[in-house]
Design a binder for this molecule. Structure first.
Ligand code: FES
Length: 195
C-alpha cells in the first residue's frame, strides 16, 4: 500500500500549516490517508510521520486510540450493529443475525465483493433509539430487519452517496486550495459537512 499521493501531500502541507505545531495535524492527516486508501497503512503512517516530524510509532499511538481508523482493508461500507444492553433488549441480536444472513458474512468479516464490513460493536451512545446501527459512522435508529434490507439495497444501488461518506470517516471534510480568500492561491479552506 502506497504513501500519500502527490495531490494529498499538497493538501497535507496546507493542513499542517494551519497549526502552530505540525504534529497537531495528525488526526486530519490520518483521515486524509484513510480517504485515499480506505484504511491506514504502515506506509501512510510513516509518510505522515515524515511530514509532521514525529516517529511512526507516535502516529500509530495516536491513530490506534480511535476506533474509526482502520489498520486493515475494510469494505466500502462499515456497518456497525450495537449489541449492548439497550439494543440487545430491543432485538439487536436478532438484527445482527439477520445482517449476517443478508450479507453472507459473520460479524467481523467483509463481503467478497468488498462492499460491506459487518461489525458487532459496543454502545454507540444511541440507547434511546435502540436498536441502533451505524454505516460509515452515520446513524440509523430503531432499525428493523426490513429497514436493514432497505439500507443495503440503497447502498448497493449507490443511492446514498450524498449521505454516507466513503471509508468510514467520521466527518466529511473536503480540503481544497482556493484563492477565494487570499487572492494568492495558497489558502486552504476546509468545508466540514457534519451530516
Ligand atoms: S446500547 Fe446500543 S446504543 Fe447504547
Amino acid at each position: 500500500m502506497s504513501r500519500l499521493s502527490d495531490a494529498n501531500v499538497s493538501i497535507a502541507k496546507e493542513i499542517i500549516g494551519r497549526y502552530p505545531r505540525p504534529k497537531s495535524a495528525l488526526i486530519p492527516l490520518l483521515h486524509l490517508a484513510q480517504e485515499q486508501h480506505g484504511w491506514v497503512s504502515n506506509e501512510s503512517m510513516s509518510h505522515i510521520a515524515e511530514l509532521v516530524g514525529v516517529t511512526p510509532a507516535e502516529v500509530y499511538g495516536t491513530a490506534s486510540f480511535y476506533e474509526m481508523f482502520k489498520f486493515h482493508p475494510v469494505g466500502r461500507y462499515c456497518i456497525d450493529v450495537c449489541t449492548n444492553i439497550s439494543c440487545q433488549l430491543l432485538g439487536a441480536w436478532e438484527l445482527l443475525e439477520h445482517a449476517e444472513r443478508r450479507l453472507g458474512v459473520r460479524a467481523g468479516s467483509t463481503t467478497d465483493d468488498g462492499m460491506f464490513t459487518l461489525e458487532d460493536v459496543e454502545c454507540i451512545a444511541a440507547c434511546t433509539e435502540a436498536p441502533a446501527i451505524e454505516v460509515n459512522y452515520r446513524y440509523r435508529y430503531r432499525v428493523t430487519p426490513d429497514d436493514f434490507d432497505a439500507l443495503i439495497d440503497k447502498l448497493t444501488a449507490g443511492r446514498l452517496g450524498d449521505e454516507v461518506p466513503r471509508f468510514g470517516t467520521l466527518a466529511r471534510v473536503r480540503q481544497r486550495t482556493t484563492d477565494r480568500w487570499s487572492g494568492a492561491g495558497t489558502t486552504a479552506q476546509a468545508e466540514v459537512d457534519a451530516r
